[in-house]
Design a protein around this ligand. Sequence first.
Ligand code: TRP
Length: 326
Amino acid sequence: MAKKILLSGIQPSGKIHLGNYLGTLKNWVDMQSKHSCLYSVVDLHAITGNYDPKKYQEDIFNTVVNLLAIGINPKKSIIFVQSSVKEHTELCWLFNSITPIAELERMTQFKDKASKNKQNINVGLFNYPVLQAADILLYRAEVVPVGEDQLQHLELTNTILRKFNNKFGNTFNEIKPILSKGARIMSLADPASKMSKSLGSKHYIALSDSPEEIKKKIMSAVTDTSESKEMSAGVKNLFTLLELLADKKIYNKYLNEYNNKSLKYSELKSELADVIINLLKPIQEKREYWLQNRKKVNKIILNGNKKARLIAQKNIIDIKQKMGLL
Ligand code: TRP
Protein backbone atom coordinates (compact mmCIF):
# COMPACT_ATOMS: atom_id res chain seq x y z
CA MET A 1 0.00 0.00 0.00
CA ALA A 2 1.31 3.43 -0.89
CA LYS A 3 2.24 5.57 2.05
CA LYS A 4 -0.13 8.42 2.84
CA ILE A 5 1.13 11.95 2.66
CA LEU A 6 1.50 13.71 5.98
CA LEU A 7 2.03 17.43 6.44
CA SER A 8 2.40 19.59 9.48
CA GLY A 9 3.70 23.05 10.25
CA ILE A 10 5.56 24.81 13.02
CA GLN A 11 5.88 28.54 13.57
CA PRO A 12 9.45 29.83 13.60
CA SER A 13 9.56 31.10 17.15
CA GLY A 14 13.12 29.88 17.69
CA LYS A 15 12.61 27.89 20.86
CA ILE A 16 10.74 24.67 21.46
CA HIS A 17 9.56 23.70 24.94
CA LEU A 18 8.85 20.37 26.55
CA GLY A 19 5.10 20.83 26.08
CA ASN A 20 5.53 21.29 22.29
CA TYR A 21 7.84 18.32 22.15
CA LEU A 22 5.71 15.86 24.09
CA GLY A 23 2.42 17.22 22.80
CA THR A 24 3.16 17.29 19.08
CA LEU A 25 6.72 17.14 17.87
CA LYS A 26 7.64 13.73 19.25
CA ASN A 27 4.72 12.47 17.20
CA TRP A 28 6.24 14.06 14.10
CA VAL A 29 9.37 12.02 14.69
CA ASP A 30 7.47 8.77 15.19
CA MET A 31 5.29 9.30 12.11
CA GLN A 32 8.29 9.28 9.80
CA SER A 33 8.30 5.51 9.56
CA LYS A 34 4.59 5.30 8.70
CA HIS A 35 3.94 8.09 6.24
CA SER A 36 5.53 10.20 3.59
CA CYS A 37 6.16 13.32 5.65
CA LEU A 38 6.50 17.02 4.89
CA TYR A 39 7.35 19.38 7.74
CA SER A 40 7.07 23.07 7.08
CA VAL A 41 8.41 26.06 8.97
CA VAL A 42 5.40 28.32 8.51
CA ASP A 43 7.01 31.73 8.31
CA LEU A 44 4.05 33.20 6.40
CA HIS A 45 1.72 32.28 9.24
CA ALA A 46 3.90 33.78 11.93
CA ILE A 47 4.10 37.23 10.30
CA THR A 48 0.40 37.67 11.15
CA GLY A 49 1.55 38.12 14.75
CA ASN A 50 4.28 40.30 16.21
CA TYR A 51 7.77 39.37 15.13
CA ASP A 52 11.19 40.91 14.62
CA PRO A 53 12.13 41.02 10.92
CA LYS A 54 15.82 41.45 11.79
CA LYS A 55 15.85 38.22 13.78
CA TYR A 56 13.47 36.31 11.57
CA GLN A 57 15.95 34.45 9.37
CA GLU A 58 17.77 33.30 12.49
CA ASP A 59 14.51 32.13 14.08
CA ILE A 60 13.65 30.13 10.97
CA PHE A 61 17.11 28.61 10.93
CA ASN A 62 16.95 27.71 14.61
CA THR A 63 13.56 26.10 14.14
CA VAL A 64 15.01 23.81 11.50
CA VAL A 65 17.95 23.04 13.80
CA ASN A 66 15.49 22.10 16.53
CA LEU A 67 13.59 19.80 14.20
CA LEU A 68 16.82 18.09 13.19
CA ALA A 69 17.88 17.80 16.82
CA ILE A 70 14.69 16.05 17.95
CA GLY A 71 15.08 13.50 15.17
CA ILE A 72 13.32 14.70 12.05
CA ASN A 73 15.42 12.97 9.44
CA PRO A 74 15.93 14.84 6.17
CA LYS A 75 16.63 11.56 4.40
CA LYS A 76 13.12 10.39 5.22
CA SER A 77 11.12 13.62 5.44
CA ILE A 78 10.96 16.87 3.56
CA ILE A 79 11.80 19.85 5.78
CA PHE A 80 11.03 23.14 4.06
CA VAL A 81 10.29 26.81 4.57
CA GLN A 82 6.75 27.76 3.61
CA SER A 83 7.55 31.10 1.96
CA SER A 84 10.05 29.50 -0.39
CA VAL A 85 7.17 27.73 -2.14
CA LYS A 86 5.10 30.51 -3.70
CA GLU A 87 2.21 28.18 -4.45
CA HIS A 88 1.12 28.34 -0.78
CA THR A 89 0.01 31.93 -1.16
CA GLU A 90 -1.39 31.26 -4.58
CA LEU A 91 -3.55 28.39 -3.36
CA CYS A 92 -4.56 30.45 -0.33
CA TRP A 93 -6.02 33.04 -2.70
CA LEU A 94 -7.82 30.38 -4.71
CA PHE A 95 -9.33 28.97 -1.52
CA ASN A 96 -10.29 32.48 -0.37
CA SER A 97 -12.78 32.50 -3.20
CA ILE A 98 -14.67 29.50 -1.79
CA THR A 99 -14.31 30.12 1.96
CA PRO A 100 -17.33 31.73 3.66
CA ILE A 101 -16.45 34.65 5.91
CA ALA A 102 -18.83 33.23 8.51
CA GLU A 103 -16.66 30.10 8.84
CA LEU A 104 -13.59 32.21 9.58
CA GLU A 105 -15.50 34.34 12.07
CA ARG A 106 -16.17 31.22 14.12
CA MET A 107 -12.50 30.36 14.60
CA THR A 108 -11.68 30.46 18.29
CA GLN A 109 -7.97 30.94 17.70
CA PHE A 110 -8.67 34.08 15.67
CA LYS A 111 -10.99 35.43 18.35
CA ASP A 112 -8.48 34.62 21.03
CA LYS A 113 -5.50 36.16 19.24
CA ALA A 114 -7.51 39.20 18.20
CA SER A 115 -8.67 39.86 21.75
CA LYS A 116 -5.11 39.60 23.06
CA ASN A 117 -3.61 41.91 20.46
CA LYS A 118 -6.15 44.57 19.58
CA GLN A 119 -3.56 46.83 17.91
CA ASN A 120 -2.81 44.29 15.25
CA ILE A 121 -5.95 42.49 14.08
CA ASN A 122 -4.86 42.15 10.47
CA VAL A 123 -6.53 40.47 7.51
CA GLY A 124 -3.78 37.85 7.46
CA LEU A 125 -4.68 36.78 10.98
CA PHE A 126 -8.29 36.36 9.90
CA ASN A 127 -7.22 34.40 6.82
CA TYR A 128 -4.70 32.29 8.68
CA PRO A 129 -6.78 29.07 8.54
CA VAL A 130 -7.22 29.41 4.76
CA LEU A 131 -3.45 29.50 4.32
CA GLN A 132 -3.24 26.47 6.60
CA ALA A 133 -5.72 24.61 4.37
CA ALA A 134 -3.56 25.57 1.39
CA ASP A 135 -0.43 24.23 3.15
CA ILE A 136 -2.06 20.86 3.56
CA LEU A 137 -3.90 20.47 0.27
CA LEU A 138 -1.09 21.80 -1.90
CA TYR A 139 0.61 18.47 -1.23
CA ARG A 140 -2.63 16.46 -1.15
CA ALA A 141 -1.75 15.50 2.40
CA GLU A 142 -4.31 13.36 4.22
CA VAL A 143 -2.69 12.98 7.62
CA VAL A 144 -2.04 16.02 9.81
CA PRO A 145 -0.51 15.63 13.28
CA VAL A 146 -1.28 18.68 15.43
CA GLY A 147 -2.07 19.82 18.93
CA GLU A 148 -5.67 19.99 20.13
CA ASP A 149 -5.84 23.73 19.51
CA GLN A 150 -5.60 23.16 15.76
CA LEU A 151 -8.57 20.82 15.38
CA GLN A 152 -10.97 23.56 14.40
CA HIS A 153 -8.62 24.68 11.64
CA LEU A 154 -8.48 21.14 10.31
CA GLU A 155 -12.28 20.89 10.29
CA LEU A 156 -12.29 24.06 8.24
CA THR A 157 -9.80 22.47 5.85
CA ASN A 158 -12.29 19.65 5.34
CA THR A 159 -15.09 22.18 4.78
CA ILE A 160 -13.00 23.96 2.15
CA LEU A 161 -12.01 20.78 0.36
CA ARG A 162 -15.61 19.54 0.26
CA LYS A 163 -16.68 22.83 -1.27
CA PHE A 164 -13.89 22.56 -3.80
CA ASN A 165 -14.80 18.98 -4.69
CA ASN A 166 -18.48 19.89 -5.10
CA LYS A 167 -17.83 22.90 -7.23
CA PHE A 168 -14.91 21.78 -9.36
CA GLY A 169 -14.97 17.99 -9.29
CA ASN A 170 -13.50 15.43 -6.97
CA THR A 171 -9.93 16.46 -6.21
CA PHE A 172 -9.03 16.14 -2.54
CA ASN A 173 -9.47 13.34 -0.02
CA GLU A 174 -10.70 14.27 3.45
CA ILE A 175 -7.89 14.96 5.88
CA LYS A 176 -7.45 13.21 9.19
CA PRO A 177 -6.05 15.01 12.23
CA ILE A 178 -3.72 13.00 14.43
CA LEU A 179 -3.54 13.97 18.06
CA SER A 180 -0.57 12.75 20.02
CA LYS A 181 -1.06 10.71 23.14
CA GLY A 182 1.38 12.97 24.94
CA ALA A 183 -0.93 14.64 27.39
CA ARG A 184 -1.32 18.36 27.85
CA ILE A 185 1.71 19.59 29.73
CA MET A 186 0.96 22.48 32.04
CA SER A 187 3.05 25.45 33.14
CA LEU A 188 5.41 24.69 36.05
CA ALA A 189 4.74 27.98 37.77
CA ASP A 190 1.02 28.23 37.03
CA PRO A 191 -0.29 24.71 36.48
CA ALA A 192 -3.77 26.00 35.58
CA SER A 193 -2.38 27.19 32.23
CA LYS A 194 -0.86 25.21 29.42
CA MET A 195 2.94 25.29 29.21
CA SER A 196 3.71 28.15 26.88
CA LYS A 197 6.57 30.45 26.07
CA SER A 198 4.49 33.57 26.30
CA LEU A 199 4.01 33.11 30.05
CA GLY A 200 7.72 33.60 30.77
CA SER A 201 10.75 31.40 31.24
CA LYS A 202 9.97 29.91 34.67
CA HIS A 203 6.78 28.45 33.20
CA TYR A 204 8.41 26.18 30.67
CA ILE A 205 11.44 24.00 30.03
CA ALA A 206 13.07 24.78 26.71
CA LEU A 207 14.73 21.92 24.89
CA SER A 208 17.89 24.02 25.08
CA ASP A 209 17.80 24.59 28.88
CA SER A 210 20.95 23.54 30.75
CA PRO A 211 20.75 20.80 33.41
CA GLU A 212 21.08 23.50 36.08
CA GLU A 213 18.18 25.47 34.67
CA ILE A 214 16.05 22.34 34.41
CA LYS A 215 16.80 21.40 38.03
CA LYS A 216 15.98 24.87 39.20
CA LYS A 217 12.70 25.08 37.32
CA ILE A 218 11.49 21.63 38.37
CA MET A 219 12.53 22.08 42.01
CA SER A 220 10.55 25.30 42.20
CA ALA A 221 7.51 23.97 40.33
CA VAL A 222 4.22 24.72 42.08
CA THR A 223 2.79 21.65 43.85
CA ASP A 224 0.07 21.81 46.45
CA THR A 225 -1.58 25.12 46.97
CA SER A 226 -4.25 24.00 49.40
CA GLU A 227 -5.14 21.10 51.66
CA SER A 228 -7.59 19.71 49.15
CA LYS A 229 -8.05 15.93 48.97
CA GLU A 230 -7.71 15.78 45.21
CA MET A 231 -4.31 15.78 43.58
CA SER A 232 -3.52 19.39 42.72
CA ALA A 233 -2.94 20.46 39.11
CA GLY A 234 0.75 21.07 39.79
CA VAL A 235 1.36 17.63 41.29
CA LYS A 236 -0.67 16.02 38.54
CA ASN A 237 1.51 17.75 35.97
CA LEU A 238 4.68 16.38 37.58
CA PHE A 239 3.18 12.90 37.60
CA THR A 240 2.13 13.25 33.96
CA LEU A 241 5.69 14.09 33.02
CA LEU A 242 7.05 11.24 35.10
CA GLU A 243 4.61 8.82 33.52
CA LEU A 244 5.56 9.91 30.01
CA LEU A 245 9.30 9.92 30.60
CA ALA A 246 10.29 7.56 33.39
CA ASP A 247 10.20 3.82 33.92
CA LYS A 248 6.80 2.51 34.90
CA LYS A 249 8.36 1.18 38.12
CA ILE A 250 9.63 4.57 39.15
CA TYR A 251 6.33 6.18 38.35
CA ASN A 252 4.45 3.59 40.39
CA LYS A 253 6.80 3.98 43.32
CA TYR A 254 6.13 7.71 43.58
CA LEU A 255 2.43 7.29 42.98
CA ASN A 256 2.23 4.77 45.83
CA GLU A 257 4.09 7.15 48.08
CA TYR A 258 1.66 9.89 47.13
CA ASN A 259 -1.29 7.64 47.90
CA ASN A 260 -0.04 6.62 51.31
CA LYS A 261 1.02 10.20 52.02
CA SER A 262 4.71 9.47 52.44
CA LEU A 263 5.77 11.29 49.29
CA LYS A 264 8.42 13.97 49.57
CA TYR A 265 7.93 16.40 46.71
CA SER A 266 11.61 17.22 46.70
CA GLU A 267 12.44 13.59 45.90
CA LEU A 268 9.82 13.35 43.18
CA LYS A 269 11.10 16.58 41.65
CA SER A 270 14.72 15.58 41.84
CA GLU A 271 13.95 12.29 40.08
CA LEU A 272 11.88 14.07 37.44
CA ALA A 273 14.58 16.67 36.81
CA ASP A 274 17.10 13.86 36.19
CA VAL A 275 14.73 12.12 33.82
CA ILE A 276 14.20 15.30 31.82
CA ILE A 277 17.92 16.09 31.77
CA ASN A 278 18.57 12.60 30.39
CA LEU A 279 15.84 12.93 27.80
CA LEU A 280 17.22 16.22 26.56
CA LYS A 281 20.90 15.34 26.60
CA PRO A 282 21.08 13.61 23.21
CA ILE A 283 18.77 16.23 21.70
CA GLN A 284 21.04 18.99 22.95
CA GLU A 285 24.12 17.24 21.62
CA LYS A 286 22.54 16.98 18.20
CA ARG A 287 21.48 20.59 18.42
CA GLU A 288 25.08 21.61 19.09
CA TYR A 289 26.22 19.52 16.16
CA TRP A 290 23.84 21.23 13.74
CA LEU A 291 24.64 24.67 15.10
CA GLN A 292 28.30 23.97 14.37
CA ASN A 293 27.42 22.79 10.88
CA ARG A 294 25.37 25.65 9.54
CA LYS A 295 26.24 24.92 5.94
CA LYS A 296 24.79 21.45 6.19
CA VAL A 297 21.59 22.84 7.69
CA ASN A 298 21.29 25.37 4.89
CA LYS A 299 21.76 22.63 2.36
CA ILE A 300 19.04 20.55 3.98
CA ILE A 301 16.70 23.53 3.82
CA LEU A 302 17.47 24.28 0.15
CA ASN A 303 17.04 20.65 -0.74
CA GLY A 304 13.72 20.39 1.13
CA ASN A 305 12.46 23.59 -0.49
CA LYS A 306 13.28 22.20 -3.90
CA LYS A 307 11.49 18.91 -3.29
CA ALA A 308 8.43 20.68 -1.88
CA ARG A 309 8.34 23.07 -4.83
CA LEU A 310 8.31 20.22 -7.33
CA ILE A 311 5.25 18.64 -5.72
CA ALA A 312 3.50 21.98 -5.28
CA GLN A 313 4.07 23.11 -8.86
CA LYS A 314 2.62 19.91 -10.20
CA ASN A 315 -0.46 19.97 -7.99
CA ILE A 316 -1.32 23.62 -8.47
CA ILE A 317 -1.59 23.07 -12.22
CA ASP A 318 -4.28 20.47 -11.67
CA ILE A 319 -6.13 22.72 -9.24
CA LYS A 320 -6.02 25.70 -11.59
CA GLN A 321 -7.21 23.60 -14.48
CA LYS A 322 -10.18 22.41 -12.47
CA MET A 323 -11.00 26.01 -11.60
CA GLY A 324 -10.84 27.11 -15.23
CA LEU A 325 -7.70 29.16 -14.71
CA LEU A 326 -5.62 27.16 -17.14
N1 TRP B 1 -1.36 26.72 12.76
C1 TRP B 1 -0.41 25.70 13.16
C2 TRP B 1 0.03 25.98 14.61
O1 TRP B 1 0.05 27.11 15.03
C3 TRP B 1 0.78 25.67 12.27
C4 TRP B 1 0.45 25.24 10.88
C5 TRP B 1 0.48 26.00 9.76
C6 TRP B 1 0.03 23.95 10.47
N2 TRP B 1 0.15 25.29 8.68
C7 TRP B 1 -0.14 24.02 9.06
C8 TRP B 1 -0.20 22.74 11.15
C9 TRP B 1 -0.57 22.93 8.34
C10 TRP B 1 -0.64 21.65 10.41
C11 TRP B 1 -0.82 21.73 9.01
O2 TRP B 1 0.40 25.08 15.30
